[in-house]
Each structure stands twice: as C-alpha cells, then as structure tokens.
Design a protein around this ligand. Structure first.
Ligand code: ZN
Length: 357
C-alpha cells in the first residue's frame, strides 16, 4: 500500500486575528491601540484570567511574586559569557554576519537571507538600522555559541518582505516539514518602535526591543527545525538526538500528543512546560498547576493565548517563541527567577538534543 505522505505546513506569526484556511494560520495587525493605563504587571497577572478559579489564587499570587526574585549571579554569568562579556567569537561586525549568511549553502542551493534588504524595505532611521543590526549580530553570536554556527546559518533558507496585499501582517514563518523550506517574511511594522513598546507595556509581547519580532520568528524556526523527521534532520546535522519527539514521527498515542486542558500539544512547547514544572517542583497532582506555572513564567499574553483566548489562531508554539524572546532579550536588571529557569532550558537542556556544528 502506498504510504500516505503527511504534508505539514506551519505558519506562525505575531499578532492577532486568524484565517480559517486549513493550511494557513496567519496573524494580522488589526486594532487601534488602546491606551496604556496600568503597569505591565496588571495586564500580565494570571488573576485576570477567569479560566483559573479562586482555588488557584494563592498559587498565582505566590509564584507571581517568586518569579521576581533576582536571577542568580551564576546564571547571569553563564548567559553574559555567551556574548555580552566577551569579544564575539563568530562574527565581529554585522557586515561579516551578512556575508556569511549570503554565502551559506544548503546542499546545492544558496540560502537567501538578506537582512539588509529587509531593513531597507521599512522606515528605519540610520540609528535604528544600526540598533537592529547590532541586536541581530548579538543574537546570531549567542545562538551559534549555544547551538552551533552551522545550525543557525542553515536554520532559515529565505527571508522576504510580506507581499503588498497583506499590509497588516507583521511577520510570519512558514514551513512544510521539509529540511530546506523554512522561510520568514516581514511586514512594514516589524521593527516599529511605537508598536513594540505598546505591545510590551500592555503585556502582549515579552520584550521591548527592536529585534523582538525577528527573534520571535526565530523561536518558531528553532521549534520547527527540532521537529523535523529523522531523515530530513540528518540532511543538516547527523547528530540530532530528538528522534522520539519529532512531530513527523509521532503517532497519536505518543505522550507528547496528550493535552493540557484539552488543547493538543505537539511541539517544543510541551518540552519547555514540563521542564519548568519539574525544575520548580510544581506538584503534578493537579494538571492546572502544571499549565499555570509555565504561563506565569513566560510574561507574554500572546504566548499564553493558545490556552486562554478562544480567538487565538496560532498554536502552542507561540508560547515557545515568546519564551525564546524573553530569554534572549530581557535586560540584565530585569532578570528574575523565571528568566533563570528559561536560561537553564535554552542554554543547558535544549542543546543536549543536538551536536553543535
Ligand atoms: Zn508566532
């Protein structure tokens, strides 16, 4: 019998509203900005979500306080030694990085990752261009240090501007389960400082940084890549140790397809949630606690929406992408215990599933 080819297409992106198309989940910038009337903690408190009854209020209050305990000196050093404390080990200038990206081949094909072209396509001042280039340089150096230079250079095969008919799309990452077909597109507002600050101040996004959207999309990129089937993955790196958890390899009874509160979980988000619960010794006798704690750790309403907002059209992968953002872009002065837990996951745990190349 002919084997059924399972065609998986993923599209994930930042921001609200969705299409109901079978293969496409997109998000659009759709609403006028509401004024910021409270501090960020107000918007982010899990006490504001009525899916958790008063039985959980003490848990929420305790952990919302505890996550603010400053991160340890060791975890700060571990992270800062990846880039902020040292001379960049891989690329010392954005020009070097851009050259490397334009000269990266996957098989016979050249990757087409031209950030300069994307930056020139939007309204950025020279200072803002410099700022986003430096942020991108930092990102690629950190990720190369943790996950391997070739892995990050090969992660995305194409970046492009959002087509003009979709003017409200901020950004998206598409993938179809092939090792060589991951692409990102960026709309006109992806680096708009007013939009970014507003989304951060209202608790919607995890960081207030000019690079927040591109790093969110890279979060999807990492997650999708980790979920390649064995044969696809080995075309890039023969040493991946992720076989039992690939989406493409899953069968319906696999433990990773079980759910939190009835929502199916099929990607890296579950790995992260379980890691956080175990590290914090959250009792597993109540599955709502096991959902609640990770939602407290990751300070992004967008990352939580999959579980908390029926209208959210993205997936649980946005939780992973926003955690990735929070790990990479939280300024040192604001790093708490929650950041330290994320640092443990992204710096120490996730890299154990691959070999740096
Ligand atoms: Zn997303």
């Amino acid at each position: 019998m002919r084997k059924i080819f399972k065609f998986l297409t993923f599209i994930s992106s930042l921001l609200i509203v969705t299409s109901n198309s079978l293969l496409l989940i997109g998000c659009w910038w759709d609403s006028p900005k509401t004024p910021v009337i409270k501090d960020r903690d107000y918007y982010l408190s899990m006490l504001r979500y009525n899916i958790f009854s008063s039985k959980y209020h003490d848990f929420i209050i305790n952990y919302e306080k505890k996550i603010k305990t400053p991160a340890s000196a060791e975890s700060n050093k571990e992270f800062d030694d990846l880039y902020d404390n040292i001379t960049p080990p891989f690329w010392t200038s954005f020009d070097d990085l851009q050259d490397a990206l334009l000269n990266t081949k996957l098989g016979k094909n050249n990757c087409d990752v031209n950030w300069r072209e994307i930056y020139n396509n939007v309204d950025l001042t020279n200072d803002q261009k410099l700022e986003i280039e430096q942020s991108q340089l930092r990102f690629y150096n950190i990720i190369s240090n943790v996950y391997g230079k070739k892995n990050i250079l090969h992660l995305v095969q194409k970046i492009e501007a959002v087509e003009s008919s979709k003017r409200n799309v901020i950004a998206s990452t598409t993938y179809n389960g092939m090792y060589n077909n991951q692409r990102m597109s960026f709309g006109k507002k992806f680096a708009d400082s007013e939009t970014i600050s507003h989304q951060f101040n209202t608790g919607f996004w995890a960081a207030d940084d000019i690079d927040v959207v591109t790093i969110h999309e890279f979060g999807h990129g990492v997650s999708f890549f980790m979920n390649l089937s064995d044969d696809k993955r080995t075309k890039i790196n023969t040493n991946w140790n992720w076989s039992t958890t690939s989406i493409a390899n899953l069968n319906p009874s696999h433990s990773l397809t079980t759910s939190f509160l009835g929502k199916p979980i099929d990607n890296c988000a579950i790995k992260l949630m379980i890691y956080l619960d175990k590290k914090a010794h959250i009792p597993s006798n109540d599955s709502k606690n096991w959902l609640l704690f990770p939602l407290i750790v990751v300070r992004s309403k967008y990352g939580r929406d999959y579980w908390t907002d029926k209208k959210h059209g993205g997936g649980d992968d946005d939780f992973f992408a926003e955690a990735f953002v929070q790990w990479l872009l939280t300024p040192k002065a604001l790093r708490g215990w929650n950041w330290e837990l994320l640092n443990g996951f992204f710096c120490d745990y996730l890299p154990t599933f691959l070999t740096k190349i």
